[in-house]
Design a protein around this ligand. Sequence first.
Ligand code: HEC
Length: 144
Amino acid sequence: MKTQKNHRRVAILSFACIALLPLSALFALPASAASDAPAVALSEGWRFVEQDGESLYRASCQGCHMAKGEGASGAGHFPALADNPRLAGAAYPIYNVLHGRHGMPSFGKYMSDAQVAEVVNYTRTHLGNNYADVVTAEDVKKLR
Ligand code: HEC
């Protein structure tokens, strides 16, 4: 009789654990997402108002890649954009900004083609980068 009662207790307990499992996963998610995304909170329908490359960089990139593009590591890894040879081909940064990449959010919905072109041009001609070819809104449109 007593062991039967214990069995039932164990059964209730393990059921409770299984039921709570997805809940705990749900609560763990915003915390880890927050540490990956320290500065930018984007919501549906929201658009950047800045138009020039430097202002867009300050508003949308600096929070993770830092003021001089030096990057950061700690809660997450934010690669340096300063002196970064991976920016030599314009398509790569355009694609990253439009569609995101792992821990980096996508900005395609929050910026026009011209804004993406501006911020990519700024990044490729500042922060120790010196790539002469200029990205146009048309280039961005093709990669959307
Ligand atoms: C919320 C943080 C965050 C913001 C804001 C952000 N990035 Fe990133 N970015 C990242 C992370 C994290 C990576 C690395 C992704 C990976 O794992 O490859 C990255 C990677 C990149 C890369 C590729 C670098 C390389 O060496 O491969 C480029 C280019 C880039 N970001 C440009 C930008 C630009 C331009 C902006 C602003 C429009 C921006 N990022 C905004 C987090 C961010």
